[in-house]
Design a protein around this ligand. Structure first.
Ligand code: ZN
Length: 301
């Protein structure tokens, strides 16, 4: 038997569910991030209030990405679009235009100290290194920019975004201490490695491991035979211990360099993309921990 009190309670519960409807799952603010690492940072700040779509997914190469018609649709439905900037996503302007999106545009790297370098293939041409997220200090700036942009787009979520950003920044502080402690254990004369493209300049500047790469700051330029020969000579001369593969680039060239130079393969580093949930780096925190663990293992044993 259902008593009158029980049925009133059930009716009240139903009314509460109906009333909560518009503020529930369907009402999350739709936002877009250009690539998986940035999407993870946005998720951490947005929490329950936002639904984040990444255009370039796990293990994808955002330098050389070709947007699809589905991406234009995703952008059109978004309220905010987050890009890394610094020339990382050369395709984003055209895509935004094609999608006719009215989303607010946010450059997540705004305010970081940019790393400039000369393009080896075009002497005199200065390039900006876009891989700013490889320094945890920069990731904290990204988080602050993301927080401010979400508050602007959704003022009702201000306190939630502030609390999420604070909690996540505390995790980044812990991560930063871990990275420094791990690098400190590597003997100074061993802190130099080879990777496929020049994605770790900010990591190098922040933590003091030197990275040498046959490819420049973008994966779009092919290394020349002379670049490869130069690196093999450098490995031998400087007794560089390890060559690291990257999850977004073809590993054949690096394997050849390792073979010809006598350096060992140290493992795989995650440079420009996370892995899927089953891989070694489904989040930014996992990615940085994985990379520093791989470096420490290869350079201390
Ligand atoms: Zn890159």
């Amino acid at each position: 038997m259902i008593t009158r009190r029980q049925s009133l309670a059930a009716a009240a519960a139903l009314a509460a569910v109906l009333a909560a409807g518009p503020a529930g799952a369907q009402e999350k603010m739709k936002v877009v991030a250009t690539f998986s690492i940035l999407a993870d940072l946005v998720k951490n700040v947005g929490g329950d209030r936002v639904e984040v779509a990444a255009l370039v997914g796990p293990n994808g190469d955002a330098h050389a990405y070709s947007p699809t018609p589905a991406d234009a649709k995703t952008l059109a439905a978004a309220k905010v679009v987050f890009a890394n900037g610094l020339g990382f996503e050369g395709w984003i302007e055209r895509l935004i235009k094609a999608s006719a999106t009215r989303a607010a545009r946010v450059v997540a790297s705004t305010g970081i100290k940019q790393r400039k370098m000369e393009d080896e293939d075009h002497p005199g041409r200065i390039q900006t290194d876009p891989h700013a997220w490889q320094s945890v200090a920069n990731a904290k700036l990204y988080v602050a920019n993301i927080r401010d942009a979400l508050i602007k787009a959704d003022p009702a979520g201000k306190s939630a975004y502030e609390a999420n950003a604070r909690a996540y920044t505390a995790k980044l502080n812990t991560l930063e201490r871990e990275v420094r402690a791990a690098v400190a254990k590597i003997p100074a004369d061993r802190r130099k490695i080879i990777t496929s493209h020049d994605a770790f300049g900010y990591f190098q500047a922040a933590y003091g491991i030197a990275f040498v790469a046959p490819q420049g700051v973008s994966t779009e330029s092919e290394p020349s035979a002379a670049d490869v020969a130069k690196i093999i000579t450098q490995i031998r001369r400087e007794k560089i211990l390890a060559v690291f593969l990257e999850n977004i680039t073809d590993s054949r060239l690096l394997k050849r360099i390792a073979e010809e130079s006598g350096a060992k393969i140290g493992g795989t580093l995650y440079s420009d993309a996370l892995t899927d949930a089953k891989g070694g780096a489904p989040t930014y925190l996992d990615m940085m921990r994985h990379n520093v663990r791989q470096l420490a293992t290869a350079l201390t044993t």
